[in-house]
Design a protein around this ligand. Structure first.
Ligand code: SF4
Length: 249
């Protein structure tokens, strides 16, 4: 079994997994989405709200603000309190949430919370706790999915309408000029196996299939945790759950 990093920009990562059982890959995907600890606002005490927005809607909005979660903190803290006190006219953003702990900041400070009109006031305290995606999706740290590794067979020799075929690719990995059709260098793993090219040109020109021994695993973090922390926590949790099951059997 082999795992390698195809590409990463810090927020997203593409991994190539070879020789892994699909059930294990799916278990990893589910564990990432459901069982990794992150911080999210879960309880809001509203002292004053003269805005047009109901308290409940305001609280639901705050719950969906991703908060930077340092994994070490989950061992030392149980909850983190944010304060928000503003009077309009003001556009209130996630960056206006104030926490005593300077490390506890919203991942996207420009997230809009509410647009207060002249004289409108909100004054509230929001408690963030650690939780998992299985309890509420707001705790989920990432979107994770996978697909088989693509295999693209292109007819040798001249291809009629090569540039038209290339233009149909939704992820732009084909290049066609004159009567030559090819996959752009290094872009093969990006093929999403949609078969738009094959449906148009026919199997005798371009044939799309999947190598079922290899899986492309895509991970997109919502920003609370670093990608490395998400994967490490998920593997750790999965290992513990398997051990617990085996002990019980
Ligand atoms: S199968 Fe879809 S994504 Fe893959 S090369 Fe063809 S058009 Fe592009």
């Amino acid at each position: 079994m082999e795992a390698s990093l195809v590409k990463s920009d810090g927020k997203t990562a593409t991994l190539l997994l070879s020789g892994f059982k699909l059930s294990l890959v799916n278990a990893l995907r589910r564990t990432i989405i459901n069982s990794v600890n992150t911080l999210a606002i879960d309880d809001v005490t509203v002292y004053k709200n003269t805005s047009y927005m109901y308290d409940e809607i305001l609280a639901a909005r705050l719950g969906l603000v991703p908060i930077k979660t340092l994994s070490a903190l989950s061992k030392s803290k149980k909850e983190v309190i944010f304060k928000l006190k503003e009077t309009g006219p003001k556009v209130v953003h996630a960056s206006d949430l104030i926490c005593e702990d300077k490390d506890m900041v919203p991942v996207y400070p420009e997230t809009l919370i509410i647009n207060l009109k002249e004289g409108e006031t909100i004054d509230l305290e929001a408690k963030a706790i650690f939780g998992k995606g299985s309890e509420h999706i707001k705790f989920s740290p990432a979107h994770a999915f996978y697909h088989f590794y693509p295999v693209i067979d292109i007819k040798k020799g001249a291809v009629k309408g090569a540039s038209k075929i290339a233009s149909l690719c939704p992820v732009d990995i084909l290049e066609g000029s004159g009567d030559k059709l090819a996959v752009k260098k290094g872009r093969l793993p990006e093929c999403i196996l949609c078969k738009a090219c094959e449906d148009y040109a026919g199997e005798d020109v371009i044939k799309i299939s999947a190598d079922e021994d290899k899986v492309i695993f895509e991970l997109e973090s919502w920003g609370q945790l670093e990608l490395k922390d998400i994967i490490e926590q998920a593997i750790d949790t999965l290992g513990k759950e398997v051990k617990e099951l085996s002990d019980k059997i």
